[in-house]
Ligand binder design. Structure first.
Ligand SMILES: NC(=O)c1ccc[n+]([C@@H]2O[C@H](COP(=O)([O-])OP(=O)(O)OC[C@H]3O[C@@H](n4cnc5c(N)ncnc54)[C@H](OP(=O)(O)O)[C@@H]3O)[C@@H](O)[C@H]2O)c1
Length: 238
């Protein structure tokens, strides 16, 4: 890296986003973490900062376009963002089958899991396009695929939000030339991890879940395939 690259990690105050933020800071990125609750962001920054690690935090509701616009102004002095990791997410209510889900519940989940990335991409990716340099990493979920675990039903807003996030990823990648104009846009599945969302019995640690995020943020650009869904550093079917 010529200058310290800047990574913005939404959902960086807890779980997989926080593990990704720690690993990116360890690799020399200047990291901006974002969460909804200011006190959790401050606690996470205090934990993540260490000699040689640059981490700052901002409270922002990614589901609210005005809040994301304020975030953009608040961090403008840092310079353009090099890597945008959209890890902020919320789970559906447990019994949220399609026919039992209220419009408010659909909105609550889609606002964060789909419109959150729409808002951050809208704010930070135009600069990447202008600079012909940047990476977007959307944290999806296997349950959002049209294959394998995606076919099980239930958790309707969550599942559909991640299917839509996969669609957003592919569409943006196509609109920006699949890497030919310097922008790498990908989605990834962390698999089931021990976080507040994943619960204590999940098979993977948050750090294991974050591994492919960090790999996508740091892999060589030369000949990089992009516009894909990744798991364990390998492309997987949508
Ligand atoms: N854990 C799993 O097994 C698993 C599996 C597949 C995919 N994923 C995906 O991985 C991502 C991270 O999951 P996780 O397990 O680490 O979740 P988590 O432990 O529940 O943490 C969620 C993070 O998102 C932030 N957040 C939620 N709503 C937000 C909003 N409106 N604006 C800004 N930040 C917001 C939270 O901030 P606050 O602390 O302020 O609430 C927190 O930092 C999610 O997108 C999730 O769907 C997780």
């Amino acid at each position: 890296m010529d200058r310290s690259e800047i990574a913005l990690v939404t959902g960086g105050s807890r779980g997989i986003g926080k593990a990704a933020a720690a690993a990116l800071a360890e690799r020399g990125f200047w990291v901006v973490i974002v969460g909804r609750h200011r006190e959790r962001v401050e606690e996470a920054v205090a934990e993540l900062v260490a000699p040689g690690r640059e981490v700052v935090g901002h409270a922002c509701d990614v589901g609210d376009a005005a809040s994301v616009a304020r975030l953009g102004s608040d961090i403008a002095d840092l310079g353009p963002i090099d890597v945008l990791v959209n890890a902020a997410g919320v789970m559906s209510e447990r019994m949220s089958k399609t026919l039992r889900t209220t419009p408010d519940e659909w909105r609550r989940v889609l606002d964060v899991n789909l419109l959150g990335p729409v808002h951050t991409i809208g704010r930070f990716v135009p600069e990447m396009v202008d600079r012909r340099r940047g990476r977007v990493i959307n944290v999806s979920a296997c349950v959002g695929r049209f294959t394998g675990p995606g076919l099980a039903g239930g958790l309707a807003p969550y599942r559909v939000s991640k299917t839509a996030l996969n669609g957003l990823t592919r569409n943006l990648a196509a609109e920006t030339g699949f890497g030919r104009r310097g922008l790498l846009v990908d989605a990834m599945c962390p698999a089931h991890c021990r976080t507040d969302m994943g619960g204590p019995d999940a098979p993977r640690s948050a750090e294991e879940g974050a591994d492919t995020i960090v790999w996508l943020a740091t892999r060589s650009r030369d000949g990089a395939e992009t516009g894909l869904l990744w798991e364990d550093r390998q492309p997987i079917p949508w």
